[in-house]
Write a protein that binds this ligand. Structure first.
Ligand SMILES: Cc1cc2nc3c(=O)[nH]c(=O)nc-3n(C[C@H](O)[C@H](O)[C@H](O)COP(=O)(O)OP(=O)(O)OC[C@H]3O[C@@H](n4cnc5c(N)ncnc54)[C@H](O)[C@@H]3O)c2cc1C
Length: 436
């Protein structure tokens, strides 16, 4: 069993997309990086729909070819049924040459983590971080439990910089008590599970059996209903179906009652009911995540950085989570690389990074949470980001912001920033009905 070092330049907590990408960036720069991940990979994860923007980040770390070789399903865009209005977006209409993907996250995340290791990061699975201790005069000291080989060994490691990429457990934000829910009205939970033999929604707006995946590209299907919204994402050999409902909706339910609620809702709702008609629920596949969306006022300090879901989480209606995680990884590691070269400036670099990452979260929040997204968002920062985005990405996001009624604030900001005008209604197809 490999020995965990006693010290390193950068310690990363968590091996999801945020942590593994951060470790890759650092290791590629020759920085001594240790990553501690409590699970043994591959491990389950939700968040299977990736928009094409993610490729630019995987290009940066050099992992795109490994992702391509895995043969994940390429998706052509999305169809939403929101408050009865049906809309479709096709990435190819915007000139995207690379597809979005529907990925099994256990496999996708394992590819990123193995890539980090192959680039020189020291990765330890089965090691859970318990506590981080900061003092003015010394490097942070991180305490962990090493559960490898069935053990339960306590240990500690010192590092010059700590990256918290622990996902929704928000390790540091909870230790610092800075994590908060965005708004009581946005207190949602998600229930999701998997079905075999479900039909999928094709770019031709029809439903198909899985055999048709060889000839017809799938889309991500999203629909609002009286209590929230749902997704249907076809994967290889199964479909992922999720419901987002107010936290109170399942309060007091035990596991069996939650599953009954999930299955009844799936078979009750139009469109989804038809997609699942020939399908079989995979027993034991139901999972749930309570209490989101959340954010933290402070996500960077002189010697620590919180990235990905560890820093903030926004309702996933626009599939922004993984690309946020990859963006944060690139930004935080840039700040750390500069700080290692010039320690005197490290506070300045961390403040710059904080502002950049809060700007990105503010953007996602304004896009996804409507009126409730405002808490803690600096509208000027969001407008500045809108103005600096590559035109292709801006166009896709602006058009997508028409697909639900979540983005009124966002569109107002875009109008004020002077970027909306020519994109209004472009490439967003309003459809009268769906053939399933
Ligand atoms: C219901 C739902 C649907 C979603 N749908 C989408 C989608 O369609 N598209 C999309 O892009 N995003 C989606 N997301 C968001 C996406 O899943 C996350 O944004 C993404 O996984 C964040 O990556 P991460 O690396 O920050 O965290 P994670 O992927 O959660 O990785 C964190 C890792 O840290 C490890 N860890 C935690 N605590 C410790 C500890 N103390 N010590 C060591 N290791 C630890 C965990 O085991 C885990 O492997 C969705 C999220 C939810 C909840």
């Amino acid at each position: 069993m490999a020995i965990i070092p006693k010290s390193c330049d950068v310690l990363v907590i968590g091996g999801g997309p945020a942590g593994s990408s951060a470790a890759t960036h650092l290791a590629q720069a020759g920085i001594d990086t240790v990553l501690l991940e409590r699970s043994v990979f591959p491990r389950n994860q939700v968040g299977e729909s990736l928009i094409p923007h993610f490729w630019k980040f995987t290009d940066l770390t050099g992992v795109s070819e490994k992702i391509r070789q895995e043969g994940f399903l390429a998706k052509a865009g999305g169809i939403t049924v929101w408050n009865g209005k049906i809309h479709q977006i096709r990435f190819s209409d915007f000139g995207y040459t690379r597809p979005g993907l529907h990925v099994e996250r256990d496999i996708f995340d394992a590819i990123l983590l193995h890539h980090a290791e192959s680039c020189g990061a020291k990765v330890f699975n089965g090691v859970a971080v318990k506590k981080a201790s900061f003092s003015d005069c010394q490097w942070p000291e991180i305490f962990y439990t090493d559960k490898r080989g069935g053990g339960n060994q306590e240990g500690a490691i010192r590092c010059r910089y700590l990256i918290d990429a622990s996902g929704h457990s928000s390790f540091l934000a909870n230790q610092f008590k800075v994590r908060q829910t965005i708004s009581p009205q946005m207190n949602f939970l998600s229930l999701w599970g998997y079905f075999e033999n479900a039909l999928f929604v094709g770019v031709d707006r029809r439903s198909h059996t899985a055999e048709a995946l060889a000839t017809i590209k799938p889309v991500t299907f999203v629909m609002s209903f009286e209590e929230g919204w749902l997704w249907h994402i076809v994967l290889r050999g199964k479909a992922s179906v999720g419901l987002i409902v107010p936290t109170g909706r399942t309060r007091g339910m035990d596991k069996q009652q939650r599953e009954a609620f999930f299955r009844q809702t799936c078979t009750r709702l139009p469109h989804l009911r038809n997609l699942l008609e020939p399908a079989c629920f995979i027993e034991g596949s139901l999972q749930f995540r309570p209490d989101y969306s959340y954010y933290s006022h402070t996500i960077c300090g002189e010697n620590y950085y919180c990235i990905g879901d560890a820093a903030a989480f926004v309702d996933p209606v626009f599939s922004h989570g993984v690309q946020n995680a990859l963006y944060n990884a690139a930004t935080a590691t840039l700040a750390i690389k500069e700080s290692l070269k010039n320690e005197k400036q490290r506070l300045r670099y961390s403040q710059l990074c904080e502002s950049r990452m809060q700007q990105f979260y503010g953007f996602s929040r304004a896009l996804s949470l409507g009126d409730f997204g405002g808490n803690g968002v600096n509208p000027q920062l969001v407008k500045n980001l809108m103005k600096s985005l590559p035109p292709l990405e801006l166009e896709l996001i602006l058009v997508a912001s028409e697909m639900t009624n979540r983005s009124e604030n966002f569109r107002q900001m875009a109008r004020e920033a002077g970027v909306l005008g020519k994109f209004e209604e472009r490439f967003l197809e309003r459809i009268e009905g769906l053939a399933f």
